[in-house]
Design a protein around this ligand. Structure first.
Ligand SMILES: Nc1ncnc2c1ncn2[C@@H]1O[C@H](COP(=O)(O)OP(=O)(O)O)[C@@H](O)[C@H]1O
Ligand code: SF4
Ligand SMILES: [Mg+2]
Length: 313
């Protein structure tokens, strides 16, 4: 069953230096229980894409394109309905756990607040549910821990607390933005396991630089480059073989695949090249690549690639 249908999504920030085209024409469909890994270099638009889907982008911004969630047009939703959806439908696990947690409030009050808003229950009942939830995300001695403040938590525990806060409303759709960033290997593995468990019956977008995380959790992969998706397909197939030259270079640049740096720089989102956005870094660049913008091309088995190498006459 289709849960999300995004078409021609654009998110442009108006700044003093010019228009930052953070997301520029993204099409994406997700089915219920899909687990999409969004990969790509820093600044390619991953966070803004995911945030825009759940209407969380703020500032001097212009957003365009269709976002349909469970058949609802997310552009027509009023703020009251959106507030409800943020609790009942969307679980957003933000990039930096320290900034998602309020340093002045203990962990218990922050998480129990979600239950209070969602279920309109007593403080005591909400605390009981918070203890259960902390057990679920494997925070030991939760009765004691709920009274502690974020600074008393280790990096891994903060990530668990933020995941708990994200899933407290029992959302159908989760966004986890770099959930294992900065964690050591053992903690990372335990967070991956936790994400697998909590997302089992849910749709999730995981933004990550870590191929290991994407391979363990995701059934689909989207590669982003300079504000657009350049390759989209099933995780199993993409892990076997990447078609887009950028995807290949990205995979080869990761620690598990040899750490070969990608040559050149991704450039500015203000002055994006007219043709292929990757042309100045691509070993296969042809004349057409500098002049024309490649469309997403269906290659095989649900694989789409934005590259003229796969164009058929
Ligand atoms: N509020 C904003 N105003 C202007 N530019 C922004 C704003 N938020 C993000 N950007 C820009 O949008 C681009 C995409 O950012 P982001 O989605 O955070 O990248 P990623 O998550 O892939 O690292 C970046 O160039 C970033 O600087
Ligand atoms: S369209 Fe051309 S420049 Fe772009 S990735 Fe493909 S071959 Fe390289
Ligand atoms: Mg980001």
């Amino acid at each position: 069953m289709k849960i999300l249908n995004v078409s021609d999504l654009k998110v442009f920030f108006h700044t003093e230096d010019g228009v930052v085209k953070a997301v520029n024409g993204v099409d994406l469909e997700l089915n219920k229980k899909d687990k999409l890994g969004l990969l790509g270099e820093s600044g390619s638009g991953k966070t803004i894409l995911a945030s825009s889907i759940v209407r969380l982008v703020h500032g001097n911004v212009k957003e365009e394109g269709k976002i349909e969630y469970k058949g609802k047009n997310m552009r027509n939703i009023n703020s009251k309905e959106l507030r409800k959806m943020r609790i009942n439908e969307f679980g957003v696990i933000m990039q930096n756990p320290s900034s998602s947690l309020n340093p002045a409030l203990n962990i218990g009050s922050q998480i129990s607040e979600v239950f209070r808003i969602k279920e309109n229950i007593s403080k005591k009942e909400a605390i009981r549910k918070t203890v259960d939830l902390l057990n679920k995300v494997k925070i030991s001695e939760p009765e004691k821990r709920i009274k502690e403040y974020p600074h008393q938590f280790s990096g891994g525990m903060k990530e668990r607390a933020v995941i708990a806060m994200g899933i407290a409303g029992n959302p159908d759709f989760i966004i986890a933005d770099e959930p294992t960033k900065g964690l050591d290997l053992i903690v990372k593995h335990s967070i991956v396991k936790l994400l697998q468990e909590v997302s089992r019956d849910k749709t999730i977008i995981i933004i990550t630089h870590d191929l290991d995380v994407a391979e363990k959790v995701c059934n689909k992969i989207g590669m982003m480059y300079l504000g657009e998706l350049v390759e989209l397909g099933t995780a199993g197939e993409i892990f076997k073989k990447q078609y887009h030259p950028y995807s290949k270079a990205f995979f080869e640049s990761t620690p598990s695949k040899g750490m070969k740096p990608i040559k050149g720089y991704s450039g500015s989102l203000i002055d994006v090249p007219r043709g292929c956005r990757f042309y100045n870094r691509c070993d296969y660049c042809m004349d057409i690549c500098k002049e024309e913008h490649p469309p997403m091309i269906d290659v095989e088995n649900d694989r789409k690639v934005r590259c003229f190498l796969y164009a058929r006459d």
